[in-house]
Design a protein around this ligand. Structure first.
Ligand SMILES: NC(=O)CCC(=O)C(=O)O
Length: 268
């Protein structure tokens, strides 16, 4: 399989509309690739909290329309990163969209772990509650977003649903780049799965972005890594390596489920 991760720069100097047009054209340029992956909240920037409300769009809004068309023009599976989704019920969600090569929506995933502790995304957006996988002809994708990378139980849940390739759009800051690389490799090794993690470049809301989109194989080896600037990272990988790795080193079979807390010791 060939995958391309489009690490776009999200800078305040460019309007959302211009970046949307530019992204559609970059996706159209990926014809011949099987799977294209975009970053988290690339219309606004993941840290541009003040833009979330004004730039939020319904699920089938302008980004959906532009990306559905770009996917079908290029004939690729497109993980279109995420949008700030406005819902009729009220809350915003950080929602990822996955399109098939015919431009149909194959899946939508609302980010489960919101970043910011008691501010930012954590208070402005609602939390998703459903794990999402997408069946491709060659493999099964497991979908997660940025801060989710820090929560291994989510990825185990995706493995239990059959995921072999984790696709993770992100807007990860330069300040914690070491965690990004380490956690991407950890999720790959512990789950014996591929990790395709696509971040942003540039600086928005005063937060320099890490870039360094990365593809890791089920043995934890880095197959490709971008630099800090805008870049399209293209990689060829063999999804059957997941089954081979899981058969040759069957650590997932040794999972001990349902561990109990320690029994209380009697007071002496
Ligand atoms: N957009 C995010 O989820 C940022 C996550 C992050 O900065 C971190 O986990 O560190």
């Amino acid at each position: 399989m060939r995958a391309s991760l489009i690490q776009i720069a999200v800078d305040e100097g460019e309007s959302v509309e211009s970046r949307r047009r530019r992204m559609a054209s970059l996706v159209r340029g990926q014809a011949g690739t099987d799977l294209v992956v975009l970053p988290e909240l690339w219309t606004t920037g993941a840290f541009a909290y003040e833009e979330f409300g004004s730039e939020a769009e319904p699920l089938e809004g302008p980004t959906y329309e532009a990306m559905a068309k770009a996917a079908s023009d290029a004939g690729v599976w497109l993980h279109a990163g995420s949008i700030p989704e406005r819902t009729p019920e009220g809350p915003l969600y950080n929602t990822s969209l996955v399109f098939s090569p015919s431009g149909d929506l194959a899946a939508a995933y609302r980010k489960i772990h919101r970043f910011g502790f008691d501010k930012g995304e954590a208070v402005l957006m609602g939390a998703g509650a459903e794990l999402v996988t997408v069946r491709l002809p060659e493999t099964v994708l497991g979908v997660a977003t940025c801060y989710d990378l820090r929560f291994p139980e989510l990825f185990r849940g995706l493995v239990d649903l059959g995921a072999e390739v984790f696709v993770l759009p992100a807007g990860w800051p330069e300040r914690r780049r070491a965690h990004w690389t380490l956690l991407a490799q950890a999720r790959a090794v512990e789950n014996q799965a591929f990790v395709l993690a696509c971040g942003t470049a540039g600086t928005h809301a005063g937060v320099p972005q890490a870039g360094h989109s990365i593809v890791v194989d089920p043995w934890g080896e880095v197959l490709a890594e971008a630099g800090p600037d805008e870049e399209i990272l293209t990689v060829d990988f063999d999804p059957t390596k997941v089954t081979t790795t899981r058969n040759q080193f069957p650590a997932l079979k040794d999972r001990m489920l349902g561990l109990q807390p320690p029994r209380r010791q009697p007071d002496r």
